[in-house]
Design a protein around this ligand. Structure first.
Ligand code: PA5
Length: 436
């Protein structure tokens, strides 16, 4: 099987031998994770998810997805942070780039749209305008069941749905994904009789993409959740069984980041040369930002899409402050080819590219950019992905989750909590006069 690979040969600040000198540190982090006796060890459910998820659960998710897809032109996924980014990362990587203009792409699957991840009044009004005209369903996702942004969006969309379809029929268009027993969403879902799925207690939001949180929206969008889980399972088996730094790519990646951080590289710029991974990078930012950024420590996770952003951030990366390193998710193969055509007049002087595919040129741009940035003292790490499909995305998800947990343990912090997120909420509630 052609799995994803990791390359740190252009990391500038350490050699393969120097990486090996830190074998003990990464090995301790690895053993702590596998022995499940480190910080936050009550949130390690994600570690075994791909192996534990059974056919029945996948079947139930798929059946529910089929039902929603049959009755909907649009499905609105209501959630914020870990309760929507994983699904969106996978859906936007796999779906037709012009899905909204080409509704018959992706096997006639409904268009997935998102709400409850901001508090823009204009956005929700515009969504309601669209939903007036479309048949739709709602998937509302909140582990705590009390997060303000999705709760407000759900209150508004639930009312719209009930006004449009009537309270009884609306029930069949709403699915809730939440805690097994706690929270306002759980109470509401029980009271209204919505179909519900559970987010396991021991899986935090940003590690939940391989639970119904990610799998249900991905299945509604028409993608193969079995293959996604299978990819994650393959990666899990590799990372669990290959326990030496020499062989284990998550150990290599986590340790490389850590050594670069210790050497003063405080920003990781996660880069892809395909815009299809824009939301995958958003998911990565949340996973690493919330996991590592605490106790005045942690790499700042940033993102860019090249070559687009070479024309905006490229100047800074080449010659600005030397506090960043790049990690490139390098996708080797595309699904389609568009060769550059011959032009008899060659006024644009592009005939030297005739017959090359855009992907040939994109990979060459990637190589040229790597050489330039390494020359400019930007360490470069590379995650090599054969192509974008469900299996490889499953591998990538598990690889990043595992690496992130190792990275947290290297920093000696709890990678599974997010106490800092409460600060803005407390101020907002006080300013809004929320009753105690
Ligand atoms: O990773 C996390 O735990 C967070 O980003 C949550 O997913 C996010 O805050 C949403 O929380 P909830 O699912 O409880 O609404």
């Amino acid at each position: 099987m052609n799995m994803i690979q990791f390359d740190f040969s252009q990391s500038i600040l350490f050699s393969k031998d120097e990486l090996q000198n830190h074998q003990e540190e990464i090995s301790n982090a690895y053993q702590t994770l596998l022995a499940k006796n480190g910080k936050g060890n009550d949130f390690l459910g994600w570690l075994d998810l791909p192996a534990d998820i059974d056919e029945n659960t996948l079947g139930r998710i798929q059946n529910c997805a089929n039902g929603l897809a049959r009755q909907s032109e649009v499905v609105v996924v209501i959630g914020i942070g870990g309760s929507y980014l994983g699904a969106r990362a996978v859906i936007e990587a796999l779906q037709h780039s012009y899905k909204c203009l080409n509704p018959f792409s992706d096997n006639h699957a409904p268009l997935i749209t998102y709400a409850g991840n901001n508090m823009s009044e204009d956005c929700i009004c515009e969504l309601l305008e669209v939903l007036d005209q479309k048949d739709y369903s709602l998937i509302v996702i909140s582990k705590s069941g009390t997060t303000t942004e999705p709760a407000i969006a759900f209150r508004i969309l639930k009312k719209h749905c009930e006004d449009k379809y009537g309270k009884n029929l609306a029930k069949n268009r709403i699915v809730a994904i939440t805690d097994q027993s706690r929270g306002a969403l759980k109470t509401l879902a029980d009271a209204e009789g919505y179909e519900s799925f559970v987010i396991p207690d021991n899986v935090g939001g940003r590690y939940s993409v391989l639970t119904p949180v990610g799998l249900l929206p991905i299945a509604v969008a028409g993608f193969d959740i079995k293959k996604l889980v299978e990819g994650a399972k393959q990666m899990r088996s590799q990372l669990m069984n290959l326990n030496s730094l020499e062989q284990n790519i998550a150990q290599q990646y986590a340790l490389s980041r850590y050594l670069l951080y210790k050497a003063g590289k405080k920003v990781e710029l996660m880069v892809s040369f395909t815009p299809k991974l824009t939301f995958f990078i958003e998911w990565y930012k949340q996973l690493f930002g919330e996991s590592e950024g605490k106790e005045n420590k942690g790499i700042f996770p940033a993102g860019a899409i090249f070559s687009t952003d070479l024309h905006s951030l490229g100047q800074y990366i080449q010659q600005g402050e030397r506090h960043l390193f790049e990690t490139v998710i390098s996708v080797q193969k595309t699904h389609f080819q568009v060769p550059i055509p011959m032009d008899a007049n060659n006024i644009d002087k592009l005939n030297y590219l005739e017959g090359k595919s855009i992907q040939d040129i994109n990979l060459t741009a990637e190589e040229g950019t790597r050489m330039a940035h390494v020359d400019g003292n930007v360490p470069n790490l590379r995650i090599i992905v054969p192509q974008i499909d469900e299996e490889n995305l499953g591998e990538l998800i598990y690889f990043f989750e595992f690496s992130c947990a190792l990275g947290g343990y290297l920093l000696n912090i709890n990678p599974f909590d997010q106490p800092g997120v409460e600060a803005y909420k407390q101020n907002m509630f006080r300013l809004l006069g929320k009753p105690q």
